[in-house]
Write a protein that binds this ligand. Structure first.
Ligand SMILES: [Fe+2]
Ligand SMILES: [Fe+2]
Length: 189
């Protein structure tokens, strides 16, 4: 399965080596974190390889893949999230993936969800801190993730929220809710 996905990705991203490098970067960090935190390595590996599978598709193609009007409406204020939902449907409908943990991790790789699986959290954090990410926080979050994955997740989402606000963009409502949920759960507020 992994070999087939890799072959498919190489073809899919033959004109975008940057994206392919990012995907492989997420996979390598995610597998390392899964081993450290005793998550399911196979699920994490498949989800991280497929998390951005629809990233380069047009919005029209992403919406076509999603089809479900409820999902389309839900993300209408954050169209950047359509690639994650479209990736979920691509994995499910085109690649025949039925494993709910893999599908959850693809769908929610942008900012996770309340009560997400450990595998989803690992994919989210790895997407933020894989070695090709050049922002300064990435290295710090990678180090933290090896020790405390939940704290690394909180830091990653918190820094994204700060970045958006600094640039005059109001974060997505669920991004804030999820951040609050995990900061409270961790006893930080
Ligand atoms: Fe993504
Ligand atoms: Fe990504």
């Amino acid at each position: 399965m992994i070999n087939q996905i890799e072959t498919f990705l190489i073809r899919q991203f033959e004109d975008d080596s940057h994206r392919l490098k990012h995907i492989y970067g997420v996979r390598s960090v995610a597998v390392e974190l899964a081993q450290i935190h005793h998550a399911n390595v196979y699920e994490v590996e498949v989800a991280s390889l497929l998390h951005d599978v629809m990233k380069n598709a047009s919005y029209e193609a992403q919406l076509d893949m999603i089809k479900d009007p409820v999902v389309i409406d839900y993300f209408k204020d954050v169209p950047v999230a359509y690639h994650a939902a479209a990736g979920y449907y691509y994995a499910k409908d085109n690649l025949g993936i039925t494993n709910p943990t893999i599908l959850e991790a693809i769908f929610y790789h942008m900012w996770g969800k309340i009560d997400m699986s450990l595998e989803t959290m690992i994919v989210c954090v790895s997407d933020f801190c894989e070695p090709n990410r050049i922002y300064p926080k990435a290295k710090e979050i990678y180090k933290l993730a090896k020790v405390d994955i939940e704290l690394a997740f909180i830091e990653a989402i918190g820094s994204t929220i700060d970045y958006l606000r600094k640039h005059g963009v109001e974060p997505f409502k669920d991004q804030l809710k999820i951040y609050e949920y995990y900061t409270k759960k961790k006893g930080l507020v």
